[in-house]
Design a protein around this ligand. Structure first.
Ligand code: RB5
Length: 144
């Protein structure tokens, strides 16, 4: 099972709690980096903290949740070595893993049902990276 870390702002707090419970029930270790309530907080703080946690090798993969998933993905992708994909369908979850080698995904807490989120996460975790041209392309990302 994968060691995962998860973080959300207030817009993603509810989905974070549901997703965390489901993933732990599946046997994953899940490190929760907050937030801890629906009180308003700023997504850049939580997105960056999670991205630095993953880039620093403290967990294998990260799940970031805000209201839309957009702010968290922008924040996470500013950290070198992070490839965070905004996922809102099964196909996006597969592509995030197979083509982009995403080490983080972001989800929209206001637009994604918990059962769908868990399905997307499992597809992402279980889809192998495509290698070949995809390896070259993600290496080019780190040159930026
Ligand atoms: C907070 O209201 C909302 O802006 C935030 O959760 C996120 O959707 C930003 O991208």
């Amino acid at each position: 099972m994968t060691v995962l870390a998860i973080a959300a702002d207030h817009g993603g707090f509810g989905l974070k709690e549901e997703v965390k419970r489901a993933l732990m029930a599946e046997g994953h270790e899940v490190v929760d980096l907050g937030t801890d309530s629906v009180q308003a907080v700023d997504y850049p703080i939580f997105g960056r903290a999670l991205a630095e946690y993953i880039a620093g090798g403290k967990a294998e993969k990260g799940i970031a949740i805000c209201g839309s998933g957009i702010g968290m993905s922008i924040a996470a992708n500013r950290v070198k070595g992070i490839r965070c994909a905004l996922v809102h369908s099964e196909e996006y979850a597969r592509l995030a893993a197979a083509h982009n080698g995403a080490n983080m995904i972001s989800l929209g807490g206001r637009f994604t049902k918990a059962e769908d989120a868990v399905l997307y996460i499992n597809i992402w975790l279980n889809t192998p990276f495509g290698e070949g041209r995809h390896r070259r392309r993600i290496e080019e990302l780190d040159e930026v």
